[in-house]
Write a protein that binds this ligand. Structure first.
Ligand SMILES: Nc1ncnc2c1ncn2[C@@H]1O[C@H](COP(=O)(O)OP(=O)(O)OP(=O)(O)O)[C@@H](O)[C@H]1O
Length: 311
């Protein structure tokens, strides 16, 4: 068996008119791994996932899902994958259970309807018509249909958009349980905490290409931590100790970026104590995926910050 469940090599996708939405993407997802594709709006996530799902051909490069070309060998791949699109279309007059049963009729080895509804927390809504479901409940129904055929590879395009906090946590638990059972999961999301909580590895896309990739820890490791506070009236930033003076400040608001959070914070607190200065709104936080994402969104490429304080 191939080590990778999903492989993309120099993948390109263009639309009519010649616009190239995906400009040479290379990545792979191991069996039993959760891989998150993140990116700014229009970065090319959905365009990529549609090719992996076999819904559109690649315009260049190669793609393999479970060892097959998902577009040309769709018959071999389709029964082994589950797909949750950004917007599922259901006949709205059917009930939830009827919808799952109808879908099960076209799926070999489908889970029993009750089991699929239990998995997504919709068992109590089985007899409700689809048109009466809330947006979040429709997302859950989408997910039930995606996992119905016990897929080896599951594609989830923004699976928790529209879900409340509890629904989101429930979905995370389900995705983790599926991964623990051996399912490979590729998901796109706009929620960075979702990627941080779920992904074994992730890639951040911008304008059709991958800008950075790795485990969440690897992607955040190169980013600086951040300390913010407000100086009291009459105390200028020039009074800060030399090592912290490269901080950015806007009026009394100061931001220090550092790769040595503990040392910088200790120095700042010692200084404040010595000076008898109160640091209002003091907030110190480690580098996060959000910082990495925002850097990429702002600059279009991973850049080392120039404001890093050398402590
Ligand atoms: N059918 C289409 N015809 C022409 N251009 C398209 C088409 N579908 C998408 N695009 C363009 O391709 C680019 C990538 O779109 P895509 O939907 O893949 O991005 P995305 O990363 O999924 O975005 P979002 O986070 O906003 O969902 C965008 O600039 C979009 O306008």
């Amino acid at each position: 068996m191939n080590v990778y469940a999903i492989e993309a090599d120099a993948l390109r996708r263009s639309y009519a008119g010649g616009f190239e939405a995906v400009t040479g993407l290379t990545f792979s997802v191991a069996h039993g791994e959760i891989f998150a594709l993140l990116g700014t709006n229009g970065a090319g996530k959905t365009s990529t996932v549609e090719v992996l799902e076999g819904l559109a051909p690649a315009c260049g490069g190669t793609v393999r899902v479970l060892g097959h070309d998902p577009y040309r060998e769709r018959a071999a791949v389709r029964p082994r994958i589950g797909v949750m699109l950004q917007e599922g279309g259901f006949p709205s007059d059917l009930t939830v259970a009827e919808t799952v049963r109808m879908w099960a009729g076209c799926t070999s080895g489908a889970r029993p309807t009750g089991e699929a509804l239990d998995m997504v927390g919709l068992a109590a809504r089985a007899t409700v018509r689809v048109k009466q479901l809330s947006g979040g409940e429709r997302r859950r129904l989408d997910l039930a249909l995606a996992v119905l055929g016990r897929p080896e590879v599951l594609f989830l395009d923004e699976p928790t958009t529209g879900l409340d906090a509890e629904g989101r946590r429930d979905t995370w638990e389900l995705v983790r349980a599926l991964r623990d059972g051996g399912t490979t999961v590729l998901l796109t999301t706009h929620y960075l905490e979702e990627a941080e909580a779920l992904a074994d590895r992730l890639a951040i896309m911008h304008e059709g290409r991958i800008v950075t990739a790795g485990t969440p820890a690897e992607v955040t490791a190169s980013r600086p931590s951040r300390i913010r506070f407000r100086l009291p009236e009459g105390v200028g930033a020039e009074r800060l100790p030399l090592t912290l003076r490269a901080a950015r400040h806007l009026g009394r608001q100061v931001e220090i970026r550092t790769h040595e959070l503990q040392d910088a914070l200790a120095e700042l607190l010692r200084w404040a104590d010595d000076q008898g200065v109160r640091l209002d709104g003091l907030d110190a936080r480690s580098a996060s995926l959000e910082e990495a994402f925002l850097d990429i969104a702002r600059s279009g490429r991973a850049v080392a910050t120039t404001e890093t304080v050398g402590v």
